[in-house]
Design a protein around this ligand. Structure first.
Ligand code: CUA
Length: 326
């Protein structure tokens, strides 16, 4: 049978929302699987009830009216209007509450501290036994099969940490620490998003989550704890000089260089991350040039000043250096 094109298009759009790196219905984590299970059970319940109610309406419409006693009418209203909804809602509530302890289980091993900023995510990793955190931004890397503890904070306004494919959503409040734990079950790359309106660039406040085997994670953490790569070409060395002389180090840290600022994202291993400017751009030469030249054109209200007073060739040198920070 040929489906009308409009219907096919609508169906494709509707189903496309069910998968991908940022879908609660395409889980890559234990908590997201539980939540997806809850969704499907609720949906199945709703579908069954919808058919049952419409069946009753159809039955009432097709059946000839006949007198019933006041007693059976009262009994019908009591059973259908009180007992039935109470039993159904109680069963759904019990099921919903029964999965809550799982969602609040304490993490083991890795602790990650994520702080919401306008408009990016500050990330600090505390691997087991570490005395110093590893600083990063806009990306969280997690081992598969291990429940990691995430502590959430905010610096300025309320944000919300939402990683639908791995777990649920938890708000981030200034002056208060909230927590969640999550356990990825599949290696891959997922997308998270700030889910609380936090200013003009709220929609541009995203992050990447990379999940990997515990061995890969250990190798990653070791590399991430190291200082930044030393410039290898003349262009990269010039980029580092410009980065320092233009005062970028007042806001950004690049470990192994004099840049120690903590206002903006840590750039030590910028090029190893899955995104630039909290998901707004990719870590490519062109995107770095665009960002350094006009941050506010990409993210309205961005706190980083524009460096468009510099000649393009100098901005390109900085971009070449930053792009080398694997
Ligand atoms: Cu941060 Cu919305």
């Amino acid at each position: 049978m040929r489906r009308p094109p409009v219907l096919s298009a609508l169906l494709a759009v509707a189903l496309a929302g069910c998968q991908g790196p940022q879908s609660a219905l395409d889980p890559g984590g234990a908590d997201a699987s539980t939540l997806a299970g809850l969704f499907w059970i609720m949906l199945a319940g709703a579908v069954i009830l919808w058919f049952a109610m419409n069946g009753l309406i159809f039955y009432a419409w097709r059946t000839k009216p006949r007198p019933v006693s006041a007693k059976s009418a009262r009994l019908l209203i009591f059973c259908g209007g009180v007992i039935f909804p109470t039993v159904v809602l109680f069963a759904l509530l019990t099921f919903g509450l029964s999965i809550m302890p799982e969602q609040r289980a304490p993490g083991e091993g890795l602790r990650v501290e994520v702080t919401g900023e306008q408009w990016w995510f500050r990330v600090a990793y505390w691997p087991e036994g570490a005395s110093e955190p590893i600083h990063s931004a806009n990306e969280i890397v997690l081992p598969v099969g291990i429940r990691s503890e995430i502590t959430l904070k905010a610096d300025d306004v309320i944000h919300s940490f939402w990683l639908p494919s791995i777990a649920g959503k938890t708000d981030m409040f200034p002056g208060r620490v909230t927590r969640m734990s999550l356990m990825p079950t599949e290696p891959g790359e997922f997308r998270g998003q700030c889910a609380e309106f936090c200013g003009e660039s709220h929609a541009w406040m995203a992050f990447t989550a990379r999940t990997m085997t515990p061995d890969d994670f250990a190798a990653w953490a070791e590399a991430e704890a190291k200082p930044a790569a030393v410039p290898e070409t003349e262009l990269q060395a010039r980029g580092l000089d410009l980065f320092l002389s233009q005062g970028c180090g007042g806001c950004h840290a690049i470990r192994g260089t004099p840049a120690r600022g903590r206002v903006g994202p840590d750039l030590t291993h910028l090029a190893s991350r899955g995104n630039l400017a909290a998901g707004a751009l990719d870590v490519t030469r062109e995107d770095l040039i665009a960002w350094i030249s006009h941050p506010e054109a990409i993210k309205p209200g961005a706190k980083m000043p524009a460096f468009d007073h510099l000649p393009l060739e100098e901005i390109a040198a900085m971009a070449a250096y930053l792009e080398s920070l694997e």
